[in-house]
Design a protein around this ligand. Sequence first.
Ligand SMILES: Cc1cc2nc3c(=O)[nH]c(=O)nc-3n(C[C@H](O)[C@H](O)[C@H](O)COP(=O)(O)OP(=O)(O)OC[C@H]3O[C@@H](n4cnc5c(N)ncnc54)[C@H](O)[C@@H]3O)c2cc1C
Length: 395
Amino acid sequence: MFDHSSRALTGTNILICGASVAGPALAYWLGRHGCRATVVELSPARRDTGFAVDFRGATHLTVLERMGILDDVRRRQTGGIPTTVVDDAGHRLADVPAEWGGGQIEILLGDLTRILHERTGQHTEYVFGDTVTALTETADGVHVTFRRARPRTFDLVVGADGLHSTVRRLAFGPESRFVTHLGYYVAAWEADNEPGIDGTALMYNVPGKMIMAVPHRSDRAKVDVFALLASGPIDHDRQDRRCQEQILTEALTGMGWRTATLLDGLWDSPALYFDSLSRADVPSWSTGRTVLLGDAAAGATLGGKGTGSALVGAYVLAGELAAAPGDHRRAFAGYERRLRAYVTACQDGGQATGEFLAPLTADALDARNRLLGDQDLLGERLADSVATAAGFDLG
Ligand SMILES: Cc1cc2nc3c(=O)[nH]c(=O)nc-3n(C[C@H](O)[C@H](O)[C@H](O)COP(=O)(O)OP(=O)(O)OC[C@H]3O[C@@H](n4cnc5c(N)ncnc54)[C@H](O)[C@@H]3O)c2cc1C
């Protein structure tokens, strides 16, 4: 096990880009080693919203425990809920057990981020509403320019800024070299609970499309809506919400069941998430004094256990940095050598998530629904997923 109270990184000047999961988790461990990290986050404030993410298996739970946040996370857990797959008339076709989607502990991403920020606020400098614009490596540091703040030089830079990482683009090359589109888009928004659901989520498919209504965690009058649609890459501005609303409306209109009323919520929803299902594969996670962590290094959007991997990655990266103070090459090499096989195996789990949730043909849809009726097979698949998540020895 790493000695995580070594103070070995006192005085080390580290910039982390991204303040969701991987970034604050790394700041936590760096703080344990005496380092006050700077975390720059594009959003104007800490994000308290977001979908549910989950943890499964001993590795995830142990890392939460070692961070001292397992109880906090348990207190905020949402608990996975079962899902019923319905036909056009709302009749039951199949059931998805709660553990399938919710893992052992499920928590809203915003709640997890808040817990991580609360644990790190004292020894971390958070800068919101800003981002890096250029990284220039010199003999003894990385000179960083920001969109708003004045330029600064850091010993090391960490890209924890997600699948569409800016750090990766600036230091490693264009996104097209590292990110593969997995053939689907995913959207999430809030709507009125017009289907009147409580305790069970409802999911409806036509070939290549899925829409799902999940009871809202705190407001029974609302549902969280998730939609998936099969599509090649769509050229759109990720900051342009109106454009995303139009893409979704065009793609989902006419789908049947309750889709029309769930779509009505799109325009008034306080938040809309819309992105491709994508996978990041970066041949080397570091270049010079810059290193990638979490989804920026090896994300897979859905089904890739990205939240747990981000926490495990932060633990290992901080441990390797503290074990080799002043020698980032050795630390980065150790981090990648220890972690890559595990993270890639987790990522692979996300490869078929799109086709599972929104099979492309009527036959494939029938086959998926039959699989959901086979409790033994489902149990085996779930056990495999937990085994993969637990497949890293934290020491
Ligand atoms: C609908 C959905 C459901 C999911 N469900 C699960 C699940 O059940 N279980 C699971 O393990 N995972 C799940 N995931 C994946 C999970 O959310 C990610 O793997 C996890 O959040 C990765 O954490 P991260 O910190 O690496 O990246 P992110 O959470 O993507 O955070 C990146 C951060 O960087 C910030 N940022 C982006 N660009 C910049 C920039 N240029 N400058 C500064 N900051 C920037 C962003 O605002 C964000 O705060 C789900 C994802 C989606 C989309």
